[in-house]
Structure formats: C-alpha cells, structure tokens
Write a protein that binds this ligand. Structure first.
Ligand code: NAD
Length: 295
C-alpha cells in the first residue's frame, strides 16, 4: 500500500481521497479550507497543514484543484518538497497549455507526471466509478493505474502529456452541445403542441439518441436518473459546464479550429450562468431556452 499526498479536498477530492483510504492507502490530505480538512479527517484521511507536509514521504501526489492557475501555483511548492522520483497526478480540469506546462516543470525537476482529469461528477467520486483520461508517458501511466483504480470505473491512456485534458474537453464539448440541442428540441416541440413523452419515445430509440436525452434528460419525469427530477440539483453544475466549454473554445482559438456549435454552446451557458443558473445542473439550460423563447 502506498503513501499518497492529496491536495484539494473539495467536492471531488474529498470523496476521492476517502476511496483511496478505503483501499488501504495512507493519504496525507491538504486543503486551504478548514471545513474540507475536517470532513476528510472524518473519512480517514491524515490531514496536514501544508503542501510540503502532504508530499513528504509520498510516492504519489494527487492534485484536485479548481483551475490551471491553482495547479501551477501549487506545483511550485510540490516540486520543491516532493520525494525524488515521485509521481505527480493532476486530476483537476485545466487548460491544455497549463497541463503541458505542469508536465514540463515536473519532468525538469525529475518527477513522473500525468494529467488525469475525470468524468463522472460528485456521484462518481463518491462511488469510486470515475473515468480517468490520462495524458503522459506509458511508464507513468502504468505507475498511476493501480493508484487510480480505487477511484475509477475506467482508466484510459489517451496519449502524451496534456492529452487527458484534450480528451476531457472534447467529450464535454459533445455533452454541452448535445444538451443544448436536446433542450431546444423539447422546447420547439412544446411550442408546436408535441408532448414530451412522444418526442422522448421516438428520439430515444432513433437517431437523436444521446446521453443528454436518455440519461440526464432536461425534462423531468421521463428518465429515472435525470437531475431534472430533483429540481436540477447537480449532478454536473452549469458553471462547471461553462468552464469546460470555455477551455474548449480557447483551445479551438489557439489551434485555429472552427468550432461554431461549441462557441454557441459556450455563449448559451455563459448567459444562463449570468442569469443565476450556474449552481443548477447543466440540464437546466432548458429553462433558459424556454424563457428566451417567451414561454
Ligand atoms: P472544489 O472547489 O469543491 O474543490 C477544490 C478544492 O481545492 C477546494 O476545497 C479549495 O479550498 C482547494 N484548494 C484551492 N487551492 C488550493 C491550494 N493551493 N492548496 C490546497 N487546496 C486548495 O472543486 P471540485 O468540484 O472538487 O472540482 C475540482 C476539479 O475537478 C476542478 O478542476 C473541476 O473542474 C473538476 N471536476 C469537477 C467535477 C464536479 O462535478 N464537481 C466533475 C469533474 C471534474
């Protein structure tokens, strides 16, 4: 069993670190917020008072932080104090350029390094059923795999440094755009006298079928697993979808890629968030489409 440093014990990092403890690892956890530390301690994490203490004696260090800026700042401290040859695993969702910079810095300082963002949300973090999308060398991937396993349903090696973030961003571009399309279809149907059930019965077994329709349907009472049935309590918050769509839009700009639907989806989630919907599940975008349709 390993000693693992875990930095960032929030909505995701809290339950993820608890699952590592459950698998028998010793987890040295650190967060800036005392309440996050206390909650982690109740779940068996050995809480400490600094990044340096979290990484001391650890063969792997996992970061689960809000953004690339937080990760790079934190890496200054991690690189200065981690054990020689330790494996650095960043599971935060960050800009591809930031992920590649983190890799470079880690490699220069003699550490193994992977970017390993996740999908599956807080429910997946609790249940230990996240999907990890890993970027980095084959050797570092092989080292990381058994450590990620207690938190994962699936761990996929997506290629070299940064490719985990590229995969995550591309997946969420599909998800954000498809949720908007499904929501627009329901609102258009409503306005033309079509029942939600009729549209669902056909689209769910036809070419309109997709996760946004059949697992997290934006209309309540059609699909058991949908957050719409719980007043759109997330699930995956609209503000986080906006974050991921912005990462995709900015990567598209930097790489000269023409992602028009992605940009429109970003704009719609920006508007919804500004109108106060950021804390709702991302399926609640249907409310905004309805409102702007004058319904
Ligand atoms: P969160 O805000 O709940 O947790 C982040 C934690 O990091 C906070 O507790 C904060 O205090 C801590 N932190 C910030 N800077 C720190 C520092 N320098 N040292 C120690 N701790 C520090 O966020 P979250 O929902 O847990 O998300 C974490 C990451 O996972 C984000 O990048 C997010 O995009 C990604 N993600 C979230 C979800 C989700 O459903 N919440 C799903 C997939 C991916």
């Amino acid at each position: 069993m390993a000693v693992i440093g875990f930095i960032g014990l929030g909505h995701m990092g809290g339950p993820m670190s608890a699952n590592l403890v459950g698998a028998g690892h010793t987890v040295q956890g650190y967060d800036l917020i005392p309440a996050a530390l206390e909650a982690a301690a109740r779940r068996g994490v050995t809480t400490v008072g600094s990044v340096a203490e979290a990484v001391t004696g650890a063969e792997a260090v996992i970061t689960m932080l809000p953004s690339g800026k937080h990760v790079l700042e934190c890496y200054d401290e991690v690189l200065a104090a981690a054990e020689p040859g330790a494996l650095l695993i960043d599971s935060s969702t960050v800009d591809v350029a930031d992920a590649r910079e983190a890799h470079e810095r880690a490699e220069k300082a003699g550490f193994g390094s992977i970017d390993a963002p996740v999908s599956g949300g807080t429910a997946g973090a609790e249940a230990g059923t996240l999907t990890f999308m890993v970027g980095g060398s084959e050797e570092d991937f092989r080292r990381a795999e058994p450590l990620l396993e207690p938190m994962a349903r699936k761990v996929v090696h997506c290629g070299g440094p940064g490719n985990g973030q590229v995969t995550k961003m591309c997946n969420n571009l599909i998800l954000g755009a498809s949720m908007v399309a499904v929501s627009e279809a329901f609102v258009l149907g409503e306005r033309l006298g079509l029942s939600h059930q009729a549209l669902y019965d056909v689209a769910s077994i036809s070419t309109g079928q997709c996760w946004a329709l059949t697992t997290n349907c934006p209309v309540p009472d059609l699909v058991e697993t949908s957050r719409a049935n719980h007043d759109y309590e997330p699930g995956f918050a609209a503000s986080l979808m906006l974050k991921d769509l912005r990462l995709a839009s900015s990567a598209a700009e930097q790489s000269g890629t023409d992602i028009q639907i992605g940009r429109l989806a970003t704009e719609l989630y920006r508007r919804f968030t500004e109108e106060g919907g950021g804390d709702l599940d991302f399926g609640a975008i249907i409310k905004s489409i309805r409102e702007h349709s004058g319904a």
